[in-house]
Write a protein of this length. Sequence first.
Length: 272
Amino acid sequence: MKEASDRYARYTRLKFDRPHPRVLRITLASPLKMGAMDAQMHREASEIWADVDADDSVSVAIITGEGKTFSAGGDLNHERKVCDDYTLRMQAMTEARNLVMGMINCRKPIVGAARGWAVGAGLALLILADVSIASKDAKFSDGHLKIGIASGDHATIVWPLLCGMAKAKYYLMTADTFTGEEAERMNLISMALADEEVEAKAVEVASRLAESAPAALRWTKQTLNHWLRQAAPIFDASLALEFIGMAGPEGKEGIDAFLQKRSPSFGQDTPV
């Protein structure tokens, strides 16, 4: 069996430490502004959960961001390349699926701790955590509609269960920004705290979980997540439509417009 010390050596965009002997803290360490995910980080965020699941020295994982931010989602410069390159597009779609299903199927409980911005795939890492903790003034947005693509990755599989269809439809179709305090109020996350309390609370919760009955804890997560697995066909459809749209005119124009900081022209004249 691979030694725990070697298991994580290949990761370059994730940092690891142990705030408790049986708790692995995973820190998103992006070279980009606002913790945005370059291609390497996106791949690593999709692969880490299989390693956590297989590591017998870990009972609970924490996923958090470096500094004052969590992750502002995918690197749009890379995503624009994905629009035009079929191989890159299929790779990104596979990674997105592995990230979502990897968190759902990982037997170990995951605690998310977010400060600052969490958008797109970054928001997925927080929302799919079994316990999600954020600062009250954290800023969230699904973000997909802002760049002209369907809301894919995590949103359709979990938002309606957490906050209900009315809120899910509003925030996914408008891509509006909302705060951690608002996210807690609509039950999208477990709790919102003062910024300086987030990391300590995540360690406290993870440590308490790590000291509870491990099999009972894992079986509870496994059975609760059958609610999410029932929505797997919905998730797969949304993911496919997201990446179909990325290759189409709205996705390309939307990303180009965002990169150039202008409003896209699609609207009433866009064919349906």
